[in-house]
Design a protein around this ligand. Structure first.
Ligand code: CU
Length: 118
């Protein structure tokens, strides 16, 4: 193979690889959930079974917890930071989450639901 042909082939392979990375990134949806006393916004999120999503968690006031026992997830949401949690809900149904860091009167009502659709 001539050097020029080889260079063109390499360039083509690189273009295809970059394109694939771009697609992979675009297909992982980000869902932003914001916390503050005493609620998550949005409190209900709809997603599709089998599709990976990244929950991007932020807080507007203080440290809150984020616990989702059905998927074995537990993390903290810290002011000024984004907490990213990647999940792929496999089955349709409802998955609940709640704050597990005591944040005052009303903490007990601080929860939300992922509605997983087929
Ligand atoms: Cu709380």
């Amino acid at each position: 193979m001539q050097p020029l042909q080889r260079r063109i082939l390499l360039l083509t392979a690189a273009t295809i690889a970059v394109g694939a990375v771009g697609l992979a990134r675009a297909s992982t949806n980000e869902i932003r959930i914001s916390a503050k006393k005493f609620a998550f916004t949005p409190a209900e999120v709809r997603l599709k079974a089998g599709q990976p999503v990244v929950l991007v968690l932020t807080t507007e006031d203080r440290v809150h917890g984020f616990k989702m026992p059905q998927l074995g997830i537990r993390t903290e949401i810290v002011p000024g930071q984004e907490t990213r949690v990647e999940i792929t809900p496999e089955k349709p149904g409802r998955i609940s989450f709640f704050c597990d860091v005591f944040c005052g009167d009303g903490h007990e009502e601080m929860d939300g639901t992922l509605v997983v659709e087929a």
